[in-house]
Design a protein around this ligand. Structure first.
Ligand code: PMP
Length: 452
């Protein structure tokens, strides 16, 4: 595929100048960033004004699950804009009802009621509010090595260091260690050991917090930003059992792992667990218009049958976003995107990344499934010392920066977080594109190897 626009560096410079003058970027030191000016995107690729094209191994922020500019979704948004561009949440609107129906039909178990939000963090906020009102309890347990969003409660639930600046507002949030065998918090050496110890640790945490005070346990089904750590067999079922025993609401956050990313509609389906509340966003409409939500069990929905739910957002279930969701879900069905993601993971990305690990000493571990993979980069495979220290910045993070630059030089836009790179392309990435990405990673890992 070639860029659809002629290179135009002058236009790119103007875009960049206005950005630097007026756009305040998220998670950034404003004076230290140099954002790329993007001229266009299609499918798995985007390109800049200088004529450089990149294979997007990040899917934006892990959300363009069916790639950029899918014509059916673009058309659905245009059609909806011409028909009814917006309407307030209190009304029944055809496209909103249809989106809710299509989502509810795909969520596991009895998660049949959909509360719409404008994104992932708002979904998490509302899941916590629902759990607190349902149980009459206040505390919420969340895992270290997690990301749940940047709003007030969601950032406090978040276990990665981005929480620190907001920590003073963390009343009611208690963190615990979820399983992660490669860097086991429990000194375990097998998955079974890791699972058993992680469940015991969670039980101990609940015992010392007081089970009667715990409203919810919030977990990403497969933690995404924190490292794509697939849970050991039995862990999520064990958490489900603990929640049932203590009357705690089990919230699974599928904002990143949902809608085909893992080769299933929802990651929970790989583990045969049904939470009480499940958050989603991103892939629900490939992020073409902001949308998120909470899928709610019959029991929790019943809590708010006669008693009003005290929460809502102006743009909840926005018709343009819902039109994009309806079109995206239909595309995923018609083009078998979920099955494709499973296959590309099993036959191309998984084997390809493991083969890279065999040849590159900087790859400590390959984890993932579907279109959801992480490479844990290390200085030393035996000690598992990360390629850059935890939460490193500046010079300390230089080896990862050099790796990232090498990816870009080879036409791949990489996802980088601390000592990890994630291969999280569009779920409908072709086999040829996936192999192109693997070749670029191969070249870039040579640079990472220099630091081992
Ligand atoms: N939960 C998870 C698991 C996420 O990955 C994210 C975003 N990366 C969020 C919540 C927050 O979503 P948003 O940025 O749409 O608020």
């Amino acid at each position: 595929m070639t860029p659809h626009v002629e290179p135009d560096p002058q236009a790119g410079a103007a875009v960049k100048a206005a950005d630097r003058a007026h756009v305040f970027h998220s998670w950034s030191a404003q004076g230290l960033i140099d954002p790329l000016a993007v001229a266009g995107a299609e499918g798995s690729y985007f390109w800049d004004y200088d004529g450089n094209r990149y294979l997007d191994f990040t899917s934006g922020l892990v959300y363009t699950n069916i790639g950029y500019q899918h014509p059916r979704v673009v058309e659905a948004i245009q059609e909806q804009a011409g028909r009814l561009a917006t309407f307030a949440p209190a009304f029944a609107v055809d496209v909103r009802s249809e989106a809710a129906r299509l989502i509810a039909e795909r969520t596991p178990g009895d998660l049949d009621k959909i509360f719409f939000t404008s994104g992932g963090a708002e979904a998490v906020e509302n899941a916590v509010r629902m759990a607190r009102l349902h149980t009459g309890r206040a505390k919420v347990l969340a895992a270290y090595r997690s990301y749940h969003g940047a709003t007030s409660t969601a950032i406090n639930l978040t276990g990665d260091p981005r929480r620190w600046a907001s920590d003073t507002a963390s009343a009611g949030v208690v963190h615990f260690w979820a399983p992660f065998l490669y860097r086991s918090p429990f000194y375990a050496t097998t998955e079974a050991e890791e699972c058993a110890r992680a469940l015991q640790h969670l039980e101990d945490t609940i015992a010392f917090e007081g089970p009667q005070t715990v409203a919810a346990i919030v977990l990403e089904t497969i933690p995404g930003t924190a490292g794509i750590m697939t849970p050991p067999p039995g862990y999520l079922a064990g958490v489900r059992e603990i929640c049932d025993r203590y009357g705690i609401v089990f919230v699974l956050d599928e904002v990143m792992a949902g809608f085909g990313r893992t080769g299933a509609w929802f990651a929970a389906q790989h583990y045969d667990v049904v939470p009480d509340l499940m958050t989603f966003a991103k892939g629900v409409n490939s992020g073409y218009v902001p949308l998120g939500g909470v899928a709610i069990s019959a029991e929790i929905a019943a809590t708010f049958d006669k008693r009003p739910y005290p929460g809502g957002l102006t743009y909840s279930g926005h018709p343009l976003a819902c039109a994009a969701a309806v079109a995206t879900i239909r595309v995923m069905e018609d083009e078998q995107v979920v099955e494709h993601a499973a296959r590309i993971g099993e036959h191309v990305l998984g084997p390809g990344l493991r083969e890279l690990a065999e040849r590159h000493p900087s790859v400590g571990e390959v984890r993932g499934l579907g279109a959801f993979w992480a490479l844990d980069l290390v200085r030393n495979r035996d000690t598992r010392e990360p390629l850059v220290p935890y939460n490193a910045t500046g010079a300390a993070a230089a080896p990862m920066a050099a790796f990232g630059a090498a990816c870009k030089k080879n036409g791949l836009w990489p996802f980088i977080n601390m000592n990890r790179t994630h291969a999280v392309p569009a779920c409908n990435i072709t086999e040829a594109e996936a192999k192109e990405g693997l070749a670029a990673l191969d070249a870039a890992l040579t640079v990472a190897d220099e630091h081992t």
